[in-house]
Design a protein around this ligand. Structure first.
Ligand SMILES: Cc1cc2nc3c(=O)[nH]c(=O)nc-3n(C[C@H](O)[C@H](O)[C@H](O)COP(=O)(O)OP(=O)(O)OC[C@H]3O[C@@H](n4cnc5c(N)ncnc54)[C@H](O)[C@@H]3O)c2cc1C
Length: 419
């Protein structure tokens, strides 16, 4: 029989959120902080993140604007970002010896371009703050013991007595089960951030081509989602930043319809009427030139233009003068409102996150403490929060964990946790 270990704070989950929460609590004066990690390695997702580079956060500095990048969690996070936002995360890492760089698209990475440096920074800071951690420790049960705090039982028989608990178990169902057993509602998981496989996709030969400034409308059940930006043609359909963003905002609805939905693409970002005007202008002004020699849409690469023409059965060698009215109508419709059926979910983007988790209205975002169970705190992906790609998923982990660590330290110092 192993003896119970008595600690101030047990952090369940040795990921980004778990480490940030533990460090903040220890730096604010909490004496005994222990992280328990189920697997044999801590910070594993940090290691594989951003293709091994770790996109730590994003240069989106203003809390309200930042919150717009979270399909789930948007309104709860505004207040939280007012406590700790992207600028604070950048300062936090740089003050602890991790220089960062901002890429032109706003994504922020370690200057070394290596996630190992982020891990090194978190581990060194945790060591300096006196945080201890154990791997291969799966927390199986948690019991609230009233004045004595919490009693935790691990799979190897080890048990802990903790005054406070920070649940930072990511998307892992084992963590969500613990939250459920402590009285929380857990929203079922659904994948987020993925590409679309399309039925009868006639642009397959254009795989690898990107189109900037596309307008997208997704009709899923009774809901309509809109997005604008760069799309990428794949062998099976569409991907790229605007598609990944669209998939994130419609993640729950797409999951419910089993990824059956209609996607309308405007390839040129121009209206139907102005496309019509451009085609008319070319017919009148360039009548002796062929459709492949000269065409009006700068953003449409030649290979893709040919693909549109061949879908309509129009030879690229046709002269503008011989371009018929019915061909014009067909092309105009295709460019401005090209409708595809989504038949399934394609591969994930660089980040894989799940929608779903602990129900947000059961958590006080000023402290990240449970509204159901006093002394229990949450941080990171265990919550029903997910961001779009670009560093936003780590950012909400840093934010929620920092707030939780600070609140736990304050609570313990005030004596409410010591009883
Ligand atoms: C391939 C990939 C690339 C990504 N790249 C990026 C990126 O570049 N930028 C970005 O912002 N986001 C990225 N993400 C998303 C980001 O990694 C996650 O949002 C983030 O890691 C979540 O952190 P977390 O601490 O909440 O959870 P996790 O990192 O999942 O940590 C939770 C930990 O809890 C442990 N655990 C679970 N249950 C128990 C239990 N009962 N007892 C003990 N331990 C338990 C798990 O083993 C796990 O280690 C990426 C994700 C993937 C998969």
């Amino acid at each position: 029989m192993k003896l119970d270990k008595v600690v101030d704070l047990v952090v369940i989950g040795g990921g980004a959120a778990g480490f940030m929460g533990a460090i903040k609590a220890a730096e604010e004066g909490v004496i005994s902080v222990v992280i328990l990690e189920a697997t044999k390695r801590t910070l594993e997702k940090v290691r594989i993140s951003g293709g091994g580079r770790c996109n730590v956060t994003n240069a989106c500095w203003e809390p309200t604007e930042l919150s717009q990048n979270y399909p789930r969690g948007k309104s709860s996070l505004i207040g939280a970002f007012n406590q700790f936002a992207t600028g604070d995360a950048v300062a936090w890492f740089e003050e602890r010896g991790l220089p960062l760089i901002i890429e032109p698209d706003g994504r922020i990475f370690p200057k070394s371009n290596s996630s190992k440096e982020v891990i090194r920074c978190l581990l060194n800071t945790a060591n300096r703050a006196g945080v201890s951690y154990s791997t291969k420790m799966i927390v199986k049960t948690i019991k609230f013991m009233g004045e004595k705090g919490f009693f935790l039982q691990c799979s190897d028989g080890t048990s802990f007595n903790a005054k406070k608990i920070l649940l930072a178990t990511g998307g892992d169902p084992r963590g969500k089960k613990l939250a459920y057993c402590l009285g929380h509602q857990v929203i079922p998981a659904a994948p987020s951030i993925f590409s679309f496989n399309l039925t009868d996709f006639y642009h397959r030969t254009c795989a690898g081509i990107t189109v900037d400034n596309a307008y997208l409308s997704l009709k899923c059940g009774s809901k309509l989602f809109k997005e604008y930006g760069r799309i990428l043609i794949t062998h099976k359909g569409l991907s790229g930043p605007a598609i990944l963003r669209l998939s994130a905002f419609a993640a729950r609805e797409l999951h419910e319809t089993r990824y059956k939905a209609l996607l309308e693409v405007n390839w040129t970002s121009a209206t139907n009427d102005s496309i019509k005007d451009s085609l008319k202008l070319y017919r009148e002004n360039y009548s002796s030139r062929t459709l492949i020699q000269k065409y009006p849409f700068e953003g449409i690469p030649k290979r893709l233009w040919i693909s549109f023409l061949s879908y309509l059965g129009i030879s690229p060698q046709t002269r503008w003068g011989g371009f018929s009215k019915s061909q014009e109508i067909g092309l105009c419709d295709l460019l401005s409102k090209n409708v595809f059926s989504i038949n399934s979910r394609g591969p994930y983007g660089e980040e894989f996150v799940t929608a779903g988790g602990v129900c947000l209205n059961e958590v006080n975002f000023k402290s990240m403490e449970s509204r159901i169970q006093k002394g229990l705190y949450f941080a990171g992906e265990v919550l029903d929060i997910d961001g779009v790609t670009g560093g936003f998923n780590f950012q909400h982990c840093w934010t929620s964990a920092w707030i939780a660590g600070k609140a736990i330290a304050k609570d313990l110092a005030l004596g409410t946790g010591r009883n």
